[in-house]
Design a protein around this ligand. Sequence first.
Ligand SMILES: *Cc1c(COP(=O)(O)O)cnc(C)c1O
Length: 454
Amino acid sequence: MEPYKIKVVESIAFTTREERERAMRDAGYNLFNVPAALVTIDLLTDSGTGAMSDRQWAGMMQGDESYAQARSFFSLEAVVRRVTGYRHVLPAHQGRAAENVLFSTILRPGDRVPSNIHFDTTRANVEHNRGVAVDCVKDVAYDPLADVPFKGDLDVAKLDRVVAEVGKERIPLVMMTITNNSGGGQPVSLENARAVSAWCRRLGIPFFLDACRFAENAYFNKVRDPACAGLSIEQIARAFFDLADGCTMSAKKDGLVNIGGFVACNDAEWAGRLANALILMEGFLTYGGLAGRDLEAMARGLEEVLDERYLAHRVGQVRRLGERLLAAGVPILLPVGGHAVYLDARRFLPHLPQTAYPAQALTCALYIEGGVRAVEIGGLMFGTVDEATGTAHWPELELVRLAIPRRVYTDDHLAYVADVCAKLYRERETVRGLRIVKRPAVLPHFTARLEPLA
Ligand SMILES: *Cc1c(COP(=O)(O)O)cnc(C)c1O
């Protein structure tokens, strides 16, 4: 059961099918264009959509809004130092800002940055700073049915290949995303982090964590690795941080806040250079683009997320949604990750070719059926057209992600979501494909407009 009770409630919207059909037409069959006020259950993302605790809201009231050396900064610094062990803590308004502070400081053009799988914003920040982002996850991560415990693990042999290609001088750091968001929220094992850390230390290459879901990752290690069973979440998380030299963090995930992030590291010389970038891009060193109250809420969220009862419920709730879907025969990605369940749109809608955007068609159908908002991760997000030859490139997978906000929905809400998916699955032949009417050049999935095929 939920290890908390509910003190404040927010009404959710109930709409008629006609209203949803109209909203879908007005939105150009793109869920990013649908007003949130017309969404019943919003599973678009788990980022910044969580509910804060009474302790965090109390912290908001007690936030110190001083420009320099605010008390709230020291609250955050103390917690981050305790949880990560890193000496230097630089707040930023969210994860991608922390990434930009890091990469704009340490990257030179042509540098390679390996990771298990880079998250979109990490990749974009590497490339914006004229580096090359290289995904080095083990191949099993790309098999949607391979039910393995640590599907986020990085393949050290692939790191060797990057060195063979460009030399270790062109690798300013290795990143590791825990949990591996773009690979389905899959955990990384402590053993794998040890291997990557040892590899980095042998070659003298710094090792950083993209630590957005560090607590969920620690929980998976606790329940899946017998060597971690006797350790607390805090000890397991600390073991990961100890293996690395620093981290970037979007606190909109495991910081349990609606806005916030940071970059932290041990090296004083790097910290000094990061500080210059921070002042330029985000703000003074003790607020980093945030209000004092946000720093206070983040400090408290980072403590609360280490509660094993909270994590057991959190990860269990996502898993139970997956089990409900499996019981109804609905095809999903395996195993279920820490923050989301992914529907496999290829198997859900086998009558639709990839050119008809099956995953996007499924997100639209879920909304029309039950007012549930999910996000497409398929041909609309990742499909590209080669301008010179006119040939289209399609991604391997057509997925629909149901991302679960933290402490927001109860199991009853998610049972409803499972019912909507199951009903749609029974009536799957009625789902029509889509075609693009307007496709912007950059990040097309956010603003593209589509229409149903005849
Ligand atoms: C969300 C996320 C980011 C970026 O964080 P924002 O706060 O959205 O800027 C980076 N990496 C991973 C793994 C994420 O999930």
